[in-house]
Design a protein around this ligand. Structure first.
Ligand code: GLU
Length: 319
């Protein structure tokens, strides 16, 4: 009897080893997005869902973050605090990869690209009441420059710099995600905000629906000079009707949104991620209209860093 018990026990233990050995490990992937009032957030949620439904044992989840610069830093962070996948601007990815601008002491040449997505327009929004009609009019005014650690903030600084304006010449500078910035504008605490995002941006749509706003055009010799020193800025027209009250198109500049990953992900992992994304473009496009911009034809345009070999393999197969 005792012997039978021992044999049974050994058998059960052996079976347990076999079963756990055969069960593939769960893949936990964190996806860094941005604030809830932006475009990264709904698209990141859609991407997590696509991966979870399409890839076996995938446990992907989207995370609210301070956006591009913060996301580049999260891609450089190991362990559960960091992320494996991130949405970010192509200019910021380039700075991170090459150790430039805000990444002077934090170069990370281990990030790799999956795809570029859609234009992220530098939108300078102001209340009509503020009388702000040009970048120069911002002097002495109260401005939101994007969340701390956002690409928006970097763009705000560069655009103001192109006009020779420092933050110290403004009445107030607030580091806020889009939703908080537009709430403060609506409540009369701020006059204007920079928003670098795909259009229409939810936070701006909401604001335009509640008060009269203007979009300041970003053109002229100062912007041309900025485009020469910072070639990621490309000309972009915001069509009339993008927001309530926008009667005529507005000329601005845009960078490009992209998805990047840690270079340490395996070729197979990134191949599966890329394949799942392109298989479910409909779901990606349903989360936000800018998701519809992603296509095989444009996914490598303005890609500022090397593609991950897994993504490369996928694109090669599609030719
Ligand atoms: N491009 C923005 C930034 O990095 C975020 C855009 C978004 O959340 O959609 O500041």
């Amino acid at each position: 009897m005792k012997r039978a018990l021992i044999v049974a026990f050994v058998l059960i233990a052996a079976l347990a080893v076999i079963v756990t050995g055969c069960t593939p490990q769960k893949q936990f992937l964190s996806i860094a997005t941005g604030g809830t009032g932006g475009v990264y957030f709904p698209l990141g949620g859609a991407l997590a869902k696509i991966l979870n439904e399409d890839i076996r044992n995938m446990e992907a989840s989207a995370r609210v973050t301070g956006a591009s610069v913060a996301n580049a830093n999260l891609l450089a962070t190991a362990g559960a605090e960091g992320v494996e996948i991130a949405f970010l601007q192509n200019d910021i990815a380039y700075y991170s990869f090459n150790g430039l601008e805000m990444f002077k002491d934090r170069k990370n040449d281990q990030i790799r690209g999956i795809a570029t997505l859609y234009p992220e327009v530098i939108q300078l929004i102001a209340t009509e009441a503020s009388g702000i009609k040009s970048v120069r009019d911002l002097v002495g005014k109260r401005l939101a420059v994007g969340a701390a650690g956002s690409g928006t903030e970097a763009n705000a600084r560069q655009v103001l710099g192109a006009f020779g304006i420092q933050y110290s010449q403004l009445a107030k500078v607030e580091y806020l995600p889009f939703g908080d910035a537009t709430a403060q504008i609506r409540d009369g605490h701020l006059d204007a905000a920079f928003v670098t995002a795909g259009t229409p941006t939810a936070a701006v749509t909401e604001l335009a629906n509640s008060i009269a706003i203007t979009l300041v055009s970003l053109t002229g010799p100062e912007i041309d000079a900025l485009r020469t020193t910072h070639p990621f800025y490309v000309k972009h027209t915001i069509p009339a009707g993008t927001y309530r009250g926008l009667a005529a198109p507005v000329e601005s500049v845009a960078v490009r949104a992209m998805i990047a990953v840690k270079g340490s992900l395996t070729e197979r992992q990134v191949y599966e991620i890329t394949k799942a994304l392109f298989k479910h473009l409909d779901d990606f496009g349903a989360a936000h209209v800018r998701g519809k911009d992603l296509s095989l034809a444009t996914a490598q345009q303005a890609m500022p860093i090397p593609l991950h070999p897994g993504a490369q393999k996928f694109y090669r197969e599609q030719r």
